[in-house]
Design a protein around this ligand. Structure first.
Ligand code: TRP
Length: 472
């Protein structure tokens, strides 16, 4: 039955939930992934589709996750079981939770490695390595880092170690403090970078034009002649990834949300903050790209090869750079917790295992899986595990590319599709009406219902079919 508290503890207020969920949403996805993926997919049109996906699919999915989580009050697997049962539906709906656990493991495995790059950049910056360095020199620093197995392993291990430690103590203790202080600090520093890009690069207009002038030809015909729906699928997948939806992370956090808080305004606040951070990151990075003759489509190294140029030229840049990467690492941690928490909570609920032991075992498994990503940038850089699938997107992918693609563009959208279908058609009306407070917020409720019934599911399916090439 519906509980008013969760066994794992509760957020102390709606604001703490907003902070924690924003902490989950805002991460290296916004600052590392969004700019490089937008750059690879031609800019403006991609950004527009991304924002449309946030508004029309992302927010409704997020509201559904919060609502289900708050009613179930447990890990996503058990929450789906409980809410399906309370609604008189099949226990098979808990498969959403299971897929989420797998997706969480896979995402965290590479997330930790990339966050390790940001960690490495803290001492790099402090030591003055970037000061007055040329773009080539900074490119070499990056290539030397990702080419070095031992360095990557060390940072990956430290990052996962902290994740394990915090999750072992229980999410609330560490998390509330971290997000209250560090997220606003990251935001302010990012904003300052945009101001720097506006005044010091001479290419601000070019950066804005790239980000905000949609050219759909670039999105649909990346090579100039052949149609591809992959860009749109990537935009949608990135919207899921960036909002932390589709795998139960927000459902998990929703389980700790006090009754009475408005689900719709909460979700809109989180999505707004998340998109803003991504856009600001783009506005800081692309002017630097154009001012230094770099390519917007250079791939995962983009942030790591652009921002250091700016830090290297500004007064006190060694300090500001170190601070920026430190805050980025904290943003990554607050995201990483939400990837591990669902499975840990589930093991605590069902196996009665100790939180600390569970955190260690699950974190250890993730660390091991992360080796695939570590090697993808050096000793296995030429390995194409699915190379035999010629003429598919998979053929050219490294292990890292594949894990990233499958989680973001396949698992999260499928998870999101089932979550909205459950929320739209299968959940008991009483639960839905109560959680979304239909009496006091009838307009928001009806907009949500329209979006989860028609827009989101049809959108997810069409985007996917388009990417498979059905409409080409
Ligand atoms: N949203 C985070 C980011 O942008 C990553 C993340 C955290 C995530 N939890 C998630 C992605 C759950 C998908 C699902 O960096």
């Amino acid at each position: 039955m519906s509980n008013n508290v969760s066994a794992h503890g509760m957020w102390s207020s709606r604001w703490v939930f907003i902070l924690a969920a924003t902490g989950s949403a805002v991460g290296i996805g916004n600052i590392w992934k969004f700019p490089y993926v937008a750059g690879e997919n031609g800019g403006g049109a991609f950004v527009l589709v991304y924002l449309a996906c946030i508004a029309l699919i992302g927010i409704p999915v997020m509201m559904s996750e919060i609502m289900i989580g708050r009613h179930g009050r447990q890990s996503p697997i058990n929450t789906m079981l409980a809410v399906a049962r309370d609604s008189g539906r099949s226990s098979l709906w808990s498969l959403i939770g299971w897929m989420g656990v797998v997706a969480g493991f896979l995402i965290l495995s590479y997330y930790s490695v990339i966050a390790g790059w940001a960690m490495a950049y803290i001492p790099y910056s402090m030591s003055g390595m970037f000061t007055d360095a040329s773009p080539e020199a900074i490119g070499n620093i990056f290539n030397n880092l990702v080419g070095n197995v031992w360095l990557l392993l060390m940072w990956h291990t430290i990052f996962m170690g902290v994740v394990i430690f915090v999750i072992a103590r229980g999410v609330q203790n560490g998390l509330e403090k971290a997000v209250k202080l560090l997220m606003p600090a990251l935001f302010i520093l990012l904003f300052a970078m945009v101001v720097y890009a506006a005044f010091a690069t001479g290419q601000f207009a070019a950066g804005l034009k790239f980000l905000f002038t949609p050219d759909f030809g670039k999105l649909f015909y990346p090579d100039g002649t052949n149609f591809s729906g992959q860009g749109v699928l990537t935009a949608m997948g990135l919207a899921f990834f960036s909002l932390s939806i589709g795998m139960g992370a927000i459902m998990m956090y929703g389980a700790y949300l006090p009754k009475g808080a408005s689900v719709s305004s909460t979700a809109i606040t989180i999505a707004g903050a998340d998109s803003l951070v991504a856009i600001l990151a783009g506005m800081a990075i692309f002017p630097i790209v154009f001012a230094n003759g770099l390519s917007p489509g250079q791939g995962p190294g983009l942030v790591f090869q652009t921002l250091p140029i700016a830090f290297g030229q500004m007064p006190g840049g060694a300090f500001w750079g170190a601070l920026f990467f430190l805050l980025l690492v904290f943003a990554a941690w607050t995201s990483a917790f939400s990837l591990l928490e669902p499975v840990v909570a589930w093991l605590v609920e069902n196996r009665g295992m100790k939180r600390s032991v569970t955190a260690f075992l699950c974190g250890g498994a993730t660390w091991l899986l992360g080796l695939l990503t570590v090697f993808s940038f050096n000793i296995w850089a030429d390995v194409r595990p699915l190379g035999f699938l010629t003429d598919t997107v998979f053929a050219g992918q490294t292990f890292f590319d594949f894990i990233d693609y499958v989680t973001q563009n396949v698992m999260l959208p499928i998870g999101g599709l089932f979550i909205v279908m459950f929320a739209a058609w299968f959940i008991a009306r009483g639960i839905r009406d109560e959680e979304l407070d239909v009496t006091n917020e009838p307009l928001m409720f009806n907009i949500w219902l329209f979006l989860v019934r028609y827009v989101a599911p049809v959108g997810i399916i069409l985007v996917t079919l388009n990417a498979i090439g059905l409409f080409a």
